[in-house]
Design a protein around this ligand. Structure first.
Ligand code: ADP
Ligand code: MG
Length: 866
């Protein structure tokens, strides 16, 4: 053990708090690096308050669970899997000897299903609780109940670096819960904001390298540096960018993220005498400590999994970190001595950021968690003892998913037999449902690989390196209707090559990704082993129809429809727009030498993967697609179809036609024209097309728009005249009148428009319009100039500077309340200046304008300023 760590100051209090035999609840607050994660389990074990039973330490992150186990095993002179072990999804390093077990929160949740009373466990330690992951929230709630109802001897310890303890103490129960605080040692950290200037070229990583270089050149090197980047890709780019710099000679540059090998991860965290630069994800924010860091460089971003309850879409996107996270990160520079933090964003940006990251319970798809609760005997999830209850919208959506896949009963929401089975699988219930159907059909191997493909990295790199490299297209065969078909063949090829690095690399495949897929697929397979109700042989390769039907059972909300054969654009269930990946089997794109492979065009498809396109609104990229047929949808979801009748404007015929729409949920599958429509409806639709600028009427010209703008300008400038503004509704009404009796564009395009507009301003008020918002303005000197009225802007005149000499003041309308904007033009009609203050122009910038123009236009008169 590391006896020098600050946490040991509270060790006696901790042991004292844990000594009672019943109802032990402890909250520990101590800054990052004080020894919570590595020491507390050892203090408990060596202090003999847990007997020979297990101490379970919950971690939000897999990487942290693995590394902490390695560290603690090493401190105790053992190996991982002995006294100290870890368990994360798809990876179990524990044995019967294991007494300190680091586990991810989600995994413990699943475990509590089978063994509700947590036999053999004496203490559960919730680490990093402030991160408020959904699984952690629920696990704590369940443990409280277990302690109250079944296991009073179970000890519960909640730890955090930045706990807002008050709410937690209320939740755990005030007098019963002991609160232990260790202030630890921290040094001041100087914060500097170094935003990337827009004009500098290069990615964020180049900015990191540049900012670090400048810092080191000016201040010299002291201690290590820690750079925060959002993900593996950005980390790799940053390492490369730093290594290219001459200032970085003498540094070791080390990446740290979950996809690295254990030895690479160790290398980043290990103590080092020579200066190193660790480029890490937010795992180094609080979970892992790197000693001796004096400089933190923070890109200010993180990959966050989110779930949008309105759209029902899970996203993993890069987001700006909160101010609380930024402070945590900065604090990493002040653990051993005063430090510095370079924030690569501006102070203004910082002030606008959210103060802390919202808890996952407000962000994620709850279907998985709700099913776990139900399987654990908690039927009424709405009245569950939440630390902080989820939004009812996300709760209802999660429940809807469960009903849809048959995990709970319609209406009663009771968990079904299928639901119980699904809750035991290490995947979300949607995937579970799909795998279950596959297993019943005897083709689990194929679907296990398909599901693994959606959960892991791609087998083929994004870019071909050499012409000889294979791509997915090389594995396509005539008649394929699903991207999973070539993908499975490619996977089998990689497996035949035994995922050998050289052999796979030569074929252009990524052996690491192949091994990962293999491992995950095996997990899926093993979840169904030893089930006598299922066929023993699961190796059958399903045909296209079977693939489509089985996918549909879990992913009805991934159904999309192509707009036409000529485009990859799709509509997706849930009102989303999508773009099908070009390389997909179902895209119908010609591939060299593969022309015969094109399947006949089918509009309906199901996307195995939907990724939100960053920066665009409600657009998703659809990949791993499979063609499906409407009949299958009808068979599986007969209640989700409806027929809607109405009228539409048909762009091709340029007419309003009656139509009947067939919809699957909100997705229009078919539209049929069915004759003509009531005239009022036709006029309304034509008017809307015209109002939105998709149809133009010959006589609705600029003069009409000016007339409208004049009315609106006056209505706003002189409200006492009570002119009604000519708004969008008025426009629609006027257009409807113009279009009345018509069904097509041909009939309306030459129609007169003034008759429908004139009455808007009563005749006896026209003089007011002409007086206060006239079409032309008379300048002193007698020249008349056209006024341009504009939407939501002041009226403007454009005048040659020569014509303005002698015009001292800005002309005004509306009894002097509305000065015109004057655009002053040079003799060549180029604008010189826009002003609402002519007097100011003459007294100010005119002198400079004159000096410039006089040289160019010597023949013109240029009166002296003043
Ligand atoms: P906390 O959980 O309070 O943030 P930890 O228990 O994770 O603290 O770490 C305590 C100290 O142990 C760290 O400050 C660091 O000095 C050391 N430490 C932890 N893990 C490692 C490791 N893998 N390699 C080297 N030192 C480590
Ligand atoms: Mg910790």
């Amino acid at each position: 053990m590391h006896r020098l760590l600050p946490i040991h100051e509270i060790a006696p209090d901790l042991l004292d708090a844990c000594s009672p035999n019943e109802g032990v609840r402890v909250v520990i607050e101590a800054p990052t690096g004080s020894g919570k994660s590595t020491q507390v389990p050892q203090i408990l074990r060596d202090g003999r308050v847990t007997g020979d039973q297990e101490i379970v330490v919950l971690q939000p992150r897999r990487l942290a669970a693995r590394m902490l186990a390695r560290r603690v095993a090493w401190e105790r002179g053992g190996r991982v899997g002995g006294e100290v072990g870890y368990q994360v999804r798809f990876d179990d390093a524990t044995s019967r000897e294991t007494k300190i077990r680091f586990v991810t929160e989600g995994l413990l949740m699943r475990q509590m299903l089978g063994e509700r009373a947590l036999p053999g466990v004496s203490a559960v330690v919730f680490d990093e609780f402030h991160e408020r992951h959904f699984d952690g929230d629920v696990a704590l709630a369940r443990c409280l109940r277990i302690q109250e109802e079944l296991r009073p001897d179970l000890k519960l310890i909640v730890m955090s670096a930045t706990l807002e303890a008050e709410a937690l103490l209320d939740y755990l129960g005030r007098p019963q819960t002991r609160r232990l605080v260790s202030s630890g040692r921290t040094y001041p950290v100087e914060i500097r904001y170094e935003p990337q200037r827009e004009r500098t070229a290069g990615g964020l990583w180049d900015h990191v390298a540049k900012a670090m270089g400048e810092w080191y050149r000016g201040h010299g090197v002291e201690g290590h540096a820690l750079v925060f980047m959002p993900g593996a890709y950005e980390i790799r780019k940053t390492v490369e960018a730093i290594e290219r710099c001459s200032w970085a000679r003498g540094f070791r540059v080390l990446p740290l993220h979950g996809e690295l090998s254990p030895s690479a991860q160790d290398a980043a965290v290990e103590a080092s005498d020579s200066p190193k630069i660790v480029v890490a994800t937010n795992v180094a924010e609080t979970s892992l400590t790197i000693d001796g860091v004096r400089l933190v460089v923070d890109a200010g971003l993180e990959r966050r999994s989110d779930f949008d309850p309105r759209r029902g879409l899970a996203t993993l996107r890069i987001e700006k970190i909160s101010r609380a996270s930024a402070d945590q990160r900065a604090g990493r520079a002040g653990r051993t001595a005063p430090g510095v933090c370079l924030r690569l964003w501006s102070e203004e940006d910082h002030a606008r950021r959210e103060s802390s990251t919202p808890p996952e319970i407000h962000r994620l798809d709850l279907s998985d968690a709700l099913l776990t609760l139900k399987a654990g005997g908690i039927h009424d999830v709405r009245r569950f003892r939440w630390f902080e209850p989820p939004q009812s919208q996300s709760l209802e959506l999660g429940m809807k998913t469960l009903v849809e896949i048959g995990a709970v009963e319609v209406g009663s929401e009771k968990i079904t037999q299928l639901g119980k089975e699904l809750s035991r699988l290490p995947v979300s219930p949607r995937y579970g449902r799909m795998l279950f159907d596959a297993a019943r059909a005897g083709c689990l191997e194929f679907f296990a690989v398909a599901a693994a493909a959606t959960q892991t990295r791609g087998l083929f790199p994004n870019q071909k390196k050499r012409a000889s490299d294979l791509t997915l297209a090389d594995f396509m065969e005539p008649g394929d209707v699903s991207d999973f078909q070539p993908l499975y063949r490619a996977f089998c090829r990689a497996a035949d090559l035994k995922f050998d690095g050289r052999a796979c690399g030569e074929a252009g495949m990524n052996p690491g990704a192949g091994r990962e897929m293999d491992k995950v697929a095996r997990q899926f397979l093993s979840a169904f082993q030893r089930r006598h109700d299922l066929p023993a042989d699961q190796g059958r390769v399903p045909g296209g129809e079977e693939i489509g039907r089985i996918l549909l059972s879990g992913f009805a909300d991934h159904v999309a429809i192509r707009l036409s054969e000529a485009t990859l654009a799709c509509h997706v269930v849930g009102g989303r727009k999508g773009l099908l990946e070009k390389a997909s089997v179902v895209s119908g794109e010609d591939r060299p030498g593969k022309g015969a492979n094109r399947p006949p065009f089918g509009r309906l498809l199901l996307a195995g993967e939907m990724v939100e396109v960053e920066g665009r609104d409600v657009t998703v990229r659809l990949s791993l697609a499979t063609r499906i047929r409407e009949e299958w949808l009808e068979e599986l979801y007969p209640g989700d179809f409806q027929v809607v009748e109405g009228a539409v404007y048909d762009e091709i015929q340029r007419r309003v036609v009656a139509k009947t729409e067939r919809r699957f949920r909100d997705l229009v599958i078919e539209t049929r024209a069915t004759g003509e429509v009531p005239p009022a409806e036709a006029a309304r639709l034509l008017a809307t097309e015209a109002a939105e600028g998709r149809l133009t009427l010959k006589h609705w010209d600029d003069a009409v728009e000016q007339w409208i703008a004049r009315i609106n300008t006056l209505a706003e400038a002189m409200p006492e005249l009570e002119f009604m503004p000519f708004d969008a509704e008025a426009r629609q009404l006027a257009l409807e009148e113009i279009c009345s009796g018509a069904f097509g564009y041909k009939e309306i395009k030459d129609r007169q428009v003034w008759p429908a507009l004139q009455d808007w301003v009563p005749a006896h008020q026209m003089w007011l319009l002409d007086k206060h918002a006239p079409e032309r303005v008379q300048l002193p000197g007698g020249r008349s100039v056209k006024v341009v009225y504009r939407h939501q802007a002041k009226p403007k005149i454009s005048v040659l500077i020569q014509h303005l000499f002698g015009v001292r003041q800005t002309p005004c309308f509306a009894e002097g309340r509305m000065p015109l904007v004057v655009e002053i033009l040079a003799p060549n009609h180029r604008p010189i200046q826009l002003t609402e203050d002519l007097a100011g122009f003459w007294a100010g910038s005119y002198a400079g304008v004159r000096a410039q123009l006089r040289g160019r236009y010597p023949k013109h008169e240029w009166p002296e300023p003043g």
